[in-house]
Design a protein around this ligand. Structure first.
Ligand SMILES: *Cc1c(COP(=O)(O)O)cnc(C)c1O
Length: 406
């Protein structure tokens, strides 16, 4: 151990951390709204939002207030006891959605794990042990536990970890005919992201989701929407299913739900929830008072006509300027997404260069995201100031201009 333990640098990452991440070269130390400062005092504009998590930016007073108030009261009691913030947040989610029951956990993967286990348990109870097949989509992402990487449609995440979980099929996204051909009376669930996030910010077509709903009903299968990335206002509606008007049986939420504090939730109906009887599933931290207190503050702020309308207006502001930059530099084939989940699909000239654009943006003081090698992704705070959008896009344009010159 080093003597100067307090003075950590980016280089320490490679000495003490498991190398499964490759973080950028600077270390953020402080944030306010959509601005972030690193160890050297350099200021950056945040269009990444901690990967669609910091839904109210950094250090939002409502979230800081809720967290500190709860921190002085009660941190944790486990599920041997219930607690007030968990019950209040569950009520708010039930009031605001199709759901009648909520299961809390700590991440998106755990919310999906609960969703998939519930779907299999319901089918087992109602129709017997043969009905356990799950249909998911190619290129989808559902988390990194063993079950969720197997349901996810990217073999790079599921290969090399021993035998795969059986009974999972993948079909092309937005291809209703393929889903129709794959579904059978052995199918217990169809799992869809209303917008494929990690897979490239690819929105579902309305007819696809409607068709999936009908196919599920015809085959006694449950429709599961993974809204870990698209939920909590990101799309301009509280959940993206509301944008489409297609209601799932089970919905998973996380990321923005906690605005930066770890929390996940599975939402479902009373009729399905009752299959998870006492002892069938659980997690020590699920419904943690700190996480739920923050979640309450998030939904209180987000689920208002003003904030949701603001998301749509900010989408238009982003899109107009991004399209103009794209045209000027011949960057992309398409700007797509809903609300403040926006993807710029790089054209043939720029294919594979999303990482270079990420690096160039960082050099200009802008944090962005990729969604694979060919898509530049933006997932900023839902209450980002218009001035920050404009200043950030100025920096983005400078980054792109430099790359185009080189
Ligand atoms: C991020 C994400 C997950 C995984 O969430 P974690 O909190 O990282 O476990 C699952 N599904 C989707 C759609 C996601 O974007």
């Amino acid at each position: 151990m080093s003597v100067e333990q307090d003075q950590v640098q980016r280089a320490d990452f490679d000495q003490v951390m498991v190398p499964n991440y490759a973080p950028a070269g600077f270390i953020p130390v402080r944030g306010a709204g959509s601005r972030v400062w690193d160890q050297t005092g350099r200021e950056l504009i945040d269009f990444a939002g901690g990967i669609a998590v910091n839904v109210l930016g950094h250090a939002h007073p409502a979230l800081v207030g809720a967290l500190t108030e709860q921190a002085n009261k009660l941190w944790h009691v486990s599920n041997v006891f219930t607690n007030e913030p968990a019950l209040r947040l569950a009520k708010k989610l039930v009031d605001a959605t199709f759901a009648e029951r909520v299961f809390f956990c700590n991440s998106g993967a755990e919310a999906n794990e609960a969703s998939f286990k519930l779907a299999r348990r319901v089918a087992h109870d109602r129709f017997g042990p043969e009905k356990y097949e799950i249909i998911a989509t190619l290129n989808s992402f559902h988390g990194r536990t063993l079950f969720t990487v197997n349901v996810g449609g990217q073999s790079k995440y599921s290969d090399g970890f021993g035998p795969k979980i059986s009974g999972i099929t993948h079909v092309p996204y937005n291809d209703l005919e393929a889903l129709k051909a794959a579904i059978s009376d052995k199918t217990c669930a169809v799992v869809i992201e209303p917008i494929q996030g990690e897979g490239g910010v690819l929105p579902a077509e309305l007819a696809y989701l409607q068709g999936a709903r009908e196919l599920c009903d015809a085959h006694n299968a449950l429709l599961v929407f993974d809204e870990v990335q698209t939920g909590m206002g990101r799309s301009g509606e509280l959940f993206a299913y509301m944008h489409y008007g297609v209601v799932p049986d089970i919905l998973s939420s996380a990321k923005s739900l906690g605005g930066g504090f770890p929390i996940g939730a599975m939402l479902t109906t009373e009729a399905l929830a009752k299959h998870l009887v006492v002892g069938t599933h659980g997690t020590t931290y699920g419904g943690n008072p700190l996480a739920c207190a923050v979640g309450e503050a998030v939904i209180d702020v987000i689920n208002t006509p003003k904030v949701l309308a603001g998301v749509k207006a900010k989408h238009d502001r982003f899109k107009a300027r991004l399209e103009q930059i794209g045209q000027q530099y011949g960057l992309y084939s398409e700007v797509r997404g809903l609300g403040l989940l926006i993807g710029c699909v790089l054209n043939d000239n720029w294919k594979g260069k999303a990482k270079d654009i990420f690096n160039a943006a960082e050099q200009e003081g802008l944090m962005i995201l990729q969604a694979g090698p060919d898509v530049v992704r933006f997932a900023p705070s839902l209450v980002i100031e218009d001035a920050d959008i404009d200043a950030g896009l100025d920096r983005f344009e400078r980054a792109v201009a430099k790359l185009a010159q080189a």
